[in-house]
Ligand binder design. Sequence first.
Ligand code: DC
Length: 220
Amino acid sequence: MYSIAIDGPAGAGKSTIAKMVAKELNFVYVDTGAMFRAMALYMLDNQVDLESKEAVEAACGKITITISYLDGQQQVILNDVNVSGQIRREEVGNAASRIAVYPPVRTKLLELQRALAAKENVIMDGRDIGTAVLPNAQTKIYLTASSEERARRRVEQLAQNGVSADFAEVQADIIKRDEQDMNREIAPLRQAEDAAFIDSSQMSMEEVVEAIIACYKKNQ
Ligand code: DC
């Protein structure tokens, strides 16, 4: 099996880019953030105290996450319910980042992530794919962009969905999430030693896709 790992901060465009690469190479796209988001959704819906390690750990035992594909799109199933439509909210993303610091949350998802990569050629995105989940991935990418550019893209994306957002607030949220994801004790977000670094601030999506495919070809 061939694995491409893409790590990077929130809003760097990982999922859009990974989907484009997956299509081009006929790989399966695996969005690991969606798994953390599904766990966070359970915790939010069940009023689990996110500051309490014990409460989060107890909740982990009541959660089953599975992944399926519908028309090539990843679906996340939380305790038999397809929650793919509910996990994209900002609130869920922020809660996902908060619970991602707890070992039981990460251990639970690690197995699922590795099982998917053992079965198919995957392009998997997240925060710790190249460093912890798939350390033997043949191609590793660290994709980032400035917080200004990430916030600008996010505001534009929200506007396209008819939602108006305050730029400074969105940027502050992004910086806070970076801080949380990069400074946790277990599997923090960082560039793997053997990952190619791509700063997409001044690049088009097509240029980023091309750069990743060039890395893939080199490592084939
Ligand atoms: O990529 P995303 O915004 O959907 O991820 C939501 C949060 O989940 C992210 O801020 C941190 C956590 N996460 C993680 O810790 N490890 C991953 N591999 C993917 C996501």
